[in-house]
Design a protein around this ligand. Structure first.
Ligand SMILES: [Zn+2]
Length: 75
């Protein structure tokens, strides 16, 4: 597999934290996807996107318990 952005072959499956915004809050959802080590491009598979959509839906319905790990601040 070659990166479509930078043509590097240095692509590795990694656990990353996808951000889902719920109102003013950001929820980090750990997922495993191929990531280009050279430019950082993430390759989402269809089933990953479906899982994220489902997770977002369940978060909005408060079906998933979340815990606070820090604060998001602004000025
Ligand atoms: Zn790349």
């Amino acid at each position: 597999m070659k990166c479509v952005i930078c043509h590097s072959e240095d692509i590795e499956v990694k656990e990353i934290k996808e951000e889902i915004k719920i109102g003013n809050d950001i929820v980090y959802v750990p997922i495993e996807i191929p990531v280009c080590n050279s430019c950082g491009e993430r390759y989402y598979e269809r089933k990953t996107l479906q899982k994220l959509e489902e997770t977002e839906f369940r978060l909005k319905n408060k079906e998933i318990t979340v815990k606070e790990v820090g604060k998001v601040l602004t000025v």
